[in-house]
Design a protein around this ligand. Structure first.
Ligand code: ADP
Ligand code: MG
Length: 710
């Protein structure tokens, strides 16, 4: 019996990597660790960097302060001590007749290093050259042991050489040899059927050629561009990824626009009444957003709009005013919030606002049970309840609306695609309004939520005082208590927040509980301290929130149940315990709980000294800016786009090469072309476009329908 050979795979790109020349089961295992299972994965495994080895410099020519590449023979290697024998360093002395240089490793396994860097071996090294004690040295260089004659080796020398990301047991030369086999053998089979007009307009190179050039750049390529992933080859591959993303979004957007929806025609008298009763006036940004919403609602197609506005910018009232227009037309509105505490707060605020207008509001959370629940179901079904506010409970199967006209999703980033879709399905093509405080840059929002229209509330209500943010180490705790005491004495209120991390949930909860007790008994016996966490019963939670709102509690110790949405204008201090354990956006959300009234507020981040470098960057960013956009950009950079947008759960395809931040200009071009194409051929019916459909189906793997709504 013959083992299947590569040529029997119908689609050669799907050939398991194991069947590529020179790869056996052992190597295949190592490659699998890198996520390389098929030939196609291999082609997409792009170099992480490039080295200019067109002409190797002599060691004497290497300049300090520059990233350089050299070649030489190991004269000596071994462990040395410094700082009075306190620290060890592994040193390798390399010479080439013209001079010498020392390569240094400050950590690493000694036995392994000695074995790898034996005297007499030849090696290529590269890294930043420094001067130390009148000698050249490089710390933690990239190295490659050389065997054989470099004059004959055209793969590893005399060219711009690709550097791949390694794992133990899988080194540059092996990888390079393998990649060469893959690129030579299979790159011709890659295809990206972007129509020729677009290819010409965008000046794109051939797709297969792009892969050949990116892996093994031709002589004349710019090393700087390659290292920035800005070469023509990179651009072509990235364009392809973005183009098919945007083409999918363009199709979706068109699909929604074609559906028949409800055209809400009203004078907005009810909304006007509420406006007259409010103690404040809408900001310009709120007015603009509302008018964008109203014009969508009047159209006979479903609205699909995202309101983006930083914490505290006043999204709730805008959503409610939209809701009242729907109510006026005899329809129902639903508002779904991610936590019970937030749903309850919305209920209280909204109830207070609209009660005197004769509008019926109901709260629905999973904690409302039994006959009470049945009764609410009934009132929703009959249409008696006009505005339903709740958590996930609103999308349960038993909930039937009489006729839902507007579905509002608050803090949409906390919901999955499916849940958002389910709320929409409670009506017949209702209008959809999603809200978020995640202030991703507008161009990115446009492209990522490409099927949504976006309104931006980029103005804060007047009179807000800036929040001062400061990081304290544990040793500063008593000073923190000092601040807390001072503020409470002034009549303000304080949040103290504990993380709840899944792995240590029990411990964390214990921390929060004990802290509340400790504060009450030993630190602030004269103040009233409350505790709030997600495990408490609804009624308890409700009672505590109520007491805090009514200032019966001065200091609220809580877990992240209060992360989003909570609105207590009198609270002026937010203390975050273990701040190093929170993500940047989360910290910003928490900080958004204060500074909502006319008082100067303080955000205090208590952090452990031994935080990671990344944590320190996060904390510093919090100290430096209150601007949600800057925070989001930093967060996006730290976490990477996949995590940041929750791409996996958003239903968007993920990228193999493209990087949303780095490649935004390409993203914008790709979007323009994709949307133009859908405008010209809305259903991709032209024969020349049928292949596009196929690629779309493959890339989106059935997510095209599901990914509707953000
Ligand atoms: P978010 O956008 O974070 O959801 P909210 O809708 O909770 O913000 O509003 C924050 C606070 O600001 C609330 O107390 C709200 O009543 C108040 N608010 C909203 N709009 C205005 C305005 N135009 N002027 C003054 N206060 C406002
Ligand atoms: Mg809100």
């Amino acid at each position: 019996m013959n083992r299947p050979q590569p040529k029997y795979f119908k689609n050669h790109l799907q050939t398991p990597i194991q069947y590529v020349k020179g790869v056996g089961p052992k190597l295949a295992k190592l490659l699998e660790k890198k996520g390389i299972e098929t030939v196609e994965d291999g082609l997409y495994f792009l170099p992480r960097a490039y080295e200019d080895r067109r002409q190797l410099k002599k060691i004497s020519e290497l300049r300090a302060g520059k990233k350089e590449t050299g070649f030489g023979e190991i004269m000596l290697s071994g462990m040395a001590f410094f700082q009075g024998r306190k620290k060890k360093v592994f040193e390798v002395l390399v010479g080439d007749g013209s001079g010498m240089i020392t390569l240094k490793w400050f950590h690493g396994n000694e036995r392994y290093l000695l074995e790898r860097f034996k005297k007499g071996r030849k090696l290529i090294f590269s890294g930043e050259v420094r001067w130390f004690n009148y000698q050249k040295e490089i710390h933690h260089p990239d190295v490659e042991i050389v065997e054989g004659d470099i004059e004959e080796d055209y793969l590893n020398f005399k060219r711009i050489v690709p550097i791949y990301s390694e794992t133990e047991g899988l080194y540059q030369r092996t990888l390079r040899r393998l990649m060469k086999n893959i690129v030579d053998g299979y790159s011709d089979e890659l295809s990206s059927p972007i129509p020729v007009e677009i290819v010409e307009r965008q000046d794109l190179i051939n797709f297969s050629e792009a892969f050949r050039r990116v892996h093994f750049p031709p002589e004349g390529e710019s090393i700087e561009k390659l290292n920035l992933q800005r070469s023509d080859g990179h651009r072509r591959i990235i364009f392809d990824e973005f183009f098919f993303l945007e083409l999918g979004l363009a199709l979706k957007k068109r699909g929604v626009a074609l559906e028949t929806g409800i055209s809400f025609q009203t004078t907005g008298a009810l909304a006007q009444k509420l406006l007259e009763r409010l103690s404040f006036q809408l900001t310009g940004a709120q007015v603009r957003t509302l008018s964008e919403i109203v014009s969508d609602m009047e159209k006979p197609h479903p609205m699909n709009r995202l309101i983006q506005g930083d914490v505290g910018s006043g999204k709730t009232i805008v959503a409610l005013l939209a809701g009242l227009r729907v109510v006026e037309c005899g329809y129902q509105a639903a508002i779904m919030a991610p936590t019970e505490v937030l749903a309850e707060q919305h209920y209280l605020t909204i109830h207070r606002w609209v009660e005197s207008l004769g509008v019926q509001v109901a709260l629905l959370t999973s904690n409302i049970k039994g006959s009470e629940r049945e009764e609410i179901y009934g009132r929703i079904r009959s249409g008696e309840v006009q505005i339903v506010i709740g958590t996930h409970a609103v999308i349960q199967e038993q909930v039937e609306f009489n006729h839902l006209g507007l579905a509002i999703i608050d803090e949409q980033h906390k919901f999955g695609v499916v849940q958002r879709g389910l709320l929409k399905k409670k009506g017949e093509n209702p209008d959809v309004l999603v809200m978020t405080a995640t202030p991703i840059p507008r161009t990115l929002a446009m492209t990522l939520y490409g099927d949504l229209d976006i309104s931006l509330i980029d103005e804060m209500p007047p009179g807000r005082m800036p929040i001062e943010t400061k990081v304290f180490p544990e040793s500063g705790r008593s000073r923190v208590y000092g601040v807390v005491e001072e503020e409470v004495r002034k009549g303000r209120q304080v949040f103290i927040v504990y993380p709840l991390v899944e792995e240590s949930e029990k411990l964390d909860l214990k921390d929060a509980t004990q802290m509340a007790e400790h504060l009450q008994k030993e630190v602030f016996p004269e103040f009233r301290i409350g505790l709030l966490h997600g495990r408490m019963k609804s009624e308890e939670k409700e009672a505590i929130m109520m007491e805090f709102k009514e200032k019966k509690i001065e200091i609220l110790v809580a877990t992240t149940v209060i992360e989003v949405g909570i609105d207590i204008p009198n609270a002026s201090v937010m203390v975050v315990e273990h701040a190093e354990r929170f993500g940047l956006s989360q910290l910003h959300q928490l900080r958004g709980r204060i500074g909502r009234g006319q008082y100067r507020s303080k955000c205090i981040l208590l952090a452990q000294y031994r935080s990671s470098e990344e944590a320190r960057i996060r904390l510093r960013a919090m100290e430096q800016t209150n601007d949600g956009f800057k925070i989001a950009e930093q967060d996006l950079e730290l976490r990477g786009p996949g995590d940041f947008f929750g791409i996996r759960q958003s239903g968007l395809p993920d990228f193999r090469v493209a990087h949303i931040l780095r490649d935004t200009p390409i993203l914008i071009e790709a979007r323009k072309e994709a949307f133009r194409l859908i405008q010209e051929d809305p259903d991709l019916e032209r024969p020349s476009h049928s292949v596009l459909k196929e690629v779309l189906r493959k890339r989106w793997r059935g997510r095209l329908e599901m990914a509707a709504i953000g």
